[in-house]
Every structure is written in structure tokens, then in C-alpha cells.
Ligand binder design. Structure first.
Ligand SMILES: Nc1nc2c(ncn2[C@@H]2O[C@H](COP(=O)(O)OP(=O)(O)O)[C@@H](O)[C@H]2O)c(=O)[nH]1
Ligand SMILES: [Mg+2]
Length: 338
């Protein structure tokens, strides 16, 4: 990381790291470029930012008529409580899981490389949804130029493996290697915000860290799955939490929603208008540690700007006033006052 970066640049970079929306990210990138001191030491970073601006601009413009970049979008705007990417070697059942969990028509087949583009779908859990993104396989035979771009908005990853495939280990290590080349790290650390592990990651604005859950799929075909998983862990040194699943027997599938809810630290907040009952239909979702102000931002930017205080209802509170920095909890009912 070049020295002499200005506070303005650092602020823009911090905003970029926080932003999930592609449009917002593009604005941040432009601001990073604008505020970057232009000298030899920043050449690389400047070039990197410019190419990302170009990629994202094209992405947001959609397919060009008669242009080279046709086809469906490669970056999917986040919706629901969190965006979760399905990643893994070919033929492990990513698309089958996607179709089963979200009701999507994701195309599954016995042939590898059936999936060509990201596909979104919603996994329902109680009164919220997680957005699952099916992706093409990650493998050396099939490089995907836009993969890092597609993973930008993701909050977490489901690493789908088939422990019954003889070369499963090598394939998974190849997946991690290919991701590393794109500055994407899959981590076993779940939580509100996984901190960067190394100084390089801290300094690289484009490094992506995704908390990862291993899905050992096709459990119906693997007689001693627990032992296989143990061996896999010992040989790879990988320590991701794991769930055994099967789309044939349905094993493990209903554990996914609750697991994600708990480990992502999702809090559902219901809003109400003074004198009216709360809107129980559609909670706003934030992560543990987020505040009344963060909820207000989800309602409307103007409301967040003008927010004075909120009134809170839950097991302990009965309409008492709380400040904008008050950390909300799952099930809170809020009345926002401007
Ligand atoms: N026995 C069994 N087969 C599965 C399971 N999940 C997927 N498959 C099969 O595995 C093959 C590859 O599935 P697909 O979803 O296309 O894999 P992808 O390449 O990872 O998206 C297909 O023939 C599926 O029917 C499972 O849980 N059990
Ligand atoms: Mg597929």
C-alpha cells in the first residue's frame, strides 16, 4: 500500500468496504480515484481502481446491444437478510441445492459446467429470507473472469463438496487457490464482522473475506460421512463448520436457515407508526451490534438524517425512549421519531 494516502482517500476506502450496493460501491471507487494522490507510488492502485470502475460501470449498464458483453448479470444486487454464495468444484450439487432450497429453476445436470451465470433465489426462514446465489463451478478448467466481482456483495459462502468424489480434496484445494488468486479468502470465522487476518488483507481495499459453511452434499451416497469429513479435515487442515446435506433424502436442509440466522447474528426489527400496531409483515434486518440509526437508514435515508430518538418495545421495554446509537436486538419494535 503506497504511503501518503490522504484522509479523504481513507474515508472513501472505508465507505467502499462498507458499501454493499453496486451503485454505492461505484461512487466510492470514483471518490477513491479522485482523492488519491497521483504519483509513481500509487500507479498500481490507480490502475486497479480504474479497471474496477470500468468493470462495475459496464456491469451496471447491463448487456450492450450488439456489444461484446452480452448475457445475464454477473453481480446480483443483495436482497433479504444476507447474500450467500454457493461455491464449489463441478458437479457437487450446488444447483440442485439452490433449486431445492429456493424453489428456483437452477439447472442441475450430471454434466459438469452446466451453470454458466449467477442465479439468485430466496431461501425462506421464519419471516425473513436469505438470498442464495448459485454460481458456476470454480475449477482450473473453467476460469471465470468476473468471479471476484460476483462475490463483492456476498455476506457469506456455502462451500459445497461431494466427499464421495475421489479427487474431492484436490478439487477443494484448487477452489481455494483460485479464489486466493482473486484476493478472496474463505474463513471459518463467523460473526458480525470478521476482522482481516493479515496486514496485507487489512491494507488491500479489494480483499474479500467470506465466512464459510461447508456443505457435505450427497450424504445419501456416503455411508460413513462423519468419518469421511474427519479425514477431509485432517488432510486439508480446513476448519470450516460443516453440515451434511442431501437433496435426495432432504437430510440437513432445514438446518440451514436457523444456522445462518444464528451465525450471521441477524436481528429482526419491526417498525411502527405512533398510535398504530407494529408492521409484523416485513421486518427490517440488521446484524447484532447495529443500532437504531442503522434501522432508520434501511427505512429511509431522510428519516435517518432527521432521527432524534426512537421508542422501543420488547420484553424489557414498553415504549421507553432510546437514542440513535442504541444497539437493537432480534424482535425489537421501534417507533422512529424525527
Ligand atoms: N445422490 C445425490 N445426487 C445429487 C445430490 N445433489 C445433486 N446430485 C446430483 O449431482 C449431479 C450434479 O448436480 P448439480 O446440481 O448440477 O451440480 P453443480 O454442478 O454443483 O451445480 C446431478 O446429477 C444431481 O442430480 C444429492 O444430494 N444426492
Ligand atoms: Mg451448477
Amino acid at each position: 500500500m503506497p504511503a501518503n494516502l490522504t484522509p479523504e482517500y481513507k474515508a472513501a476506502e472505508a465507505a467502499f468496504r462498507q458499501a454493499r450496493d453496486p451503485k454505492e460501491r461505484l461512487e466510492c471507487l470514483r471518490e477513491m480515484l479522485r482523492t488519491m494522490p497521483k504519483h509513481k507510488g500509487t500507479d498500481h492502485l490507480q490502475a486497479d481502481i480504474k479497471s474496477r470502475i470500468k468493470q462495475l460501470t459496464e456491469e451496471l449498464a447491463g448487456p450492450k446491444k450488439g456489444g461484446a458483453r452480452g448475457g445475464p448479470a454477473t453481480m446480483i444486487r443483495p436482497e433479504g437478510a444476507a447474500q450467500i454464495a454457493l461455491i464449489g468444484p463441478p458437479n457437487t450439487g450446488k444447483s440442485s441445492l439452490h433449486a431445492r432450497l429456493t424453489g428456483s429453476n437452477a439447472l442441475a445436470s450430471a454434466w459438469p459446467f452446466t451453470t454458466q451465470f449467477p442465479q439468485a433465489g430466496m431461501l425462506p426462514y421464519q419471516d425473513i429470507h436469505f438470498q442464495l446465489i448459485d454460481l458456476p463451478p470454480v475449477s482450473p478448467e473453467h476460469p471465470i473472469a468476473w468471479l471476484a466481482n460476483a462475490l463483492q456483495p456476498a455476506d457469506a459462502c456455502l462451500l459445497v463438496v461431494d466427499l464421495g468424489q475421489p479427487d474431492c480434496l484436490d478439487q477443494v484445494m484448487a477452489v481455494l487457490q483460485l479464489l486466493a488468486e482473486k484476493q478472496v479468502t474463505l474463513t471459518d470465522r463467523w460473526g458480525t464482522k470478521a476482522p482481516a487476518a493479515t496486514a496485507e488483507e487489512l491494507e488491500d481495499p479489494f480483499a474479500i473475506r467470506l465466512p464459510t459453511l461447508l456443505l457435505a452434499n450427497k450424504a445419501d451416497q456416503i455411508p460413513h460421512l462423519d468419518d469421511e469429513l474427519q479425514v477431509f479435515r485432517e488432510l486439508t487442515g480446513l476448519t470450516y463448520p460443516a453440515i451434511a446435506v442431501s437433496i435426495v433424502t432432504g437430510e440437513g436442509l432445514d438446518r440451514l436457515g436457523p444456522w445462518l440466522f444464528r451465525h450471521l447474528g441477524i436481528a429482526r426489527v419491526y417498525t411502527k407508526i405512533p398510535g398504530k400496531p407494529p408492521d409484523r409483515e416485513r421486518p427490517f434486518t440488521v446484524r447484532h451490534g447495529q443500532t437504531v440509526y442503522d434501522v432508520a437508514l434501511l427505512v429511509h435515508r431522510d428519516i435517518a438524517q432527521a432521527l432524534k430518538y426512537a421508542r422501543l418495545w420488547n420484553a424489557q421495554f414498553n415504549g421507553q425512549q432510546v437514542g440513535r446509537d442504541y444497539a437493537v436486538a432480534d424482535g425489537d419494535i421501534l417507533e422512529l421519531h424525527t
